[in-house]
Design a binder for this molecule. Structure first.
Ligand code: EPU
Length: 342
């Protein structure tokens, strides 16, 4: 049964930055099969539509004048087991970290490095979440979505999702029209670990672990994240506020000539990815607080709401950070979360 919508809904607890905002209607979705009827009705009434999972990658810059669909669907289903490989479908509304912990407990490996990322399973393919050397796309089998524009169900293979660094088809061609309802993962029952990422290697060494199990990697990732990243339940934030800038080879060489110590990593086709956190840190922003908007004291890439910051406070701070990084390094930082109402 479709739950009734809430009118003039308070969204403060529906976004991890805890920004004050309201939606004309908040519609819970507990069954993906209800989506065609729900979205047809909204389209008939010409009402703007926003799909919300955990609200961990969104900045409410204004009230939302339409209906927010709050995805709350649950369910984990083993689709195929073949040799060491399993394909598992997960409902969009499942909390991401709970799914990672469940997969580990079932002996389905591959997602350990992505532990503790806030948000829901359905949001994960949109920005192709990634951390500690692993990206969602490395373990994606397919995505099921309802296309509100063509009124049909889509089944996108991993290749169809055109995943890139914090990017996918859902941020491009399918933006504003596809509602992800299920994500299927390809995992392995053979313990397999990836721990090349410097922070992770250091944490495992500090624990005296030379041959880590998947559980060790999961525990180490949780420890590193807890040490560096604020818990949104305690201090409002949306994770990294900017993407790490990817520069073409020539521009990268110029930047490295002037700043040889800038942390950087090779990216696709000869381009180079720089650490935005380092650029921001060098400009002196880490730990800065302006009213209730601030820059986290242990990760310069994370903007925080100390309590009653408004979207304007936060976006003003973000703009000043961008301007100073542009002045000092000639690099344009792009915001990572979706910013509404600008
Ligand atoms: N650094 C600084 N100052 C800081 C923080 C970091 O100089 O305040 C330097 C570090 O010394 C390091 C470099 O910047 O050399 C990179 O830092 P880190 O390893 O912490 O990773 P990041 O590039 O800042 C990215 C992701 C995170 C993800 C981590 C780990 C993006 C936008 N962010 O951060 O993802 O957890 O790597 O893989 O790609 C998120 O997207 O919300 C997120 C938290």
């Amino acid at each position: 049964m479709i739950q009734p919508a809430i009118s003039d809904a308070d969204l403060r607890d529906c976004n991890t930055l805890h920004l004050p905002a309201r939606a004309a209607r908040l519609q819970p979705v507990d069954d993906a099969a209800d989506l065609p009827a729900l979205t047809d009705d909204l389209q008939r009434r010409g009402e703007p539509l926003l799909v919300l999972g955990g609200g961990s990658n969104i900045v409410f810059g204004a009230d939302f004048p339409g209906t927010v669909l709050h995805m709350r669907t649950r369910g984990i289903e083993l689709l195929v087991r073949s040799g060491d490989s399993v394909t598992v479908a997960v409902a969009a509304g499942e909390p991401w970290h709970d799914w990672v912990a469940c997969a580990l407990a079932r002996g389905w490996h591959g997602l350990e490095n992505l532990a503790l990322i806030p948000g829901t399973v359905g949001a994960a393919p949109v920005q192709n979440i990634g951390a500690y050397g692993v990206e969602l796309i490395d373990h994606l089998d397919h995505v099921v979505a309802w296309d509100t524009a063509d009124r049909r169900w889509l089944r996108l293979s991993a290749a169809d999702c055109r995943a890139g660094y914090r990017d996918s088809i859902f941020k491009n061609e399918l933006a504003g029209r596809a509602i992800i309802t299920r994500v299927a993962f390809r995992l392995t029952t053979r313990p397999e670990v990836r721990c090349d990422y410097a922070d992770l290697r250091r944490e495992l060494a500090a624990r005296g672990i030379a041959e880590p199990t998947p559980q060790d990697v999961f525990d180490a990732v949780c420890a590193v994240r807890r040490a560096k990243l604020p818990d949104p339940a305690v201090l409002g934030n949306a994770g990294s506020f900017f993407r790490n800038p990817v520069l073409p080879a020539a521009a990268a060489a110029q930047l490295l000539e002037a700043h040889p110590d800038a942390p950087h990593y090779p990216a696709a086709d000869g381009s180079i990815k720089f650490a935005a956190a380092w650029l921001i840190d060098q400009c002196g922003w880490k730990g800065i607080r302006r009213g209730d908007a601030g820059v986290h004291e242990r990760q310069a890439l994370v903007l925080v709401n100390h309590g009653n910051a408004s979207a304007a406070d936060l976006l003003g701070l973000a703009a000043d950070i961008q301007a100073s990084v542009r002045r000092r390094f000639g690099v344009a930082l792009e915001p990572e979360p979706l910013i509404l109402g600008r």
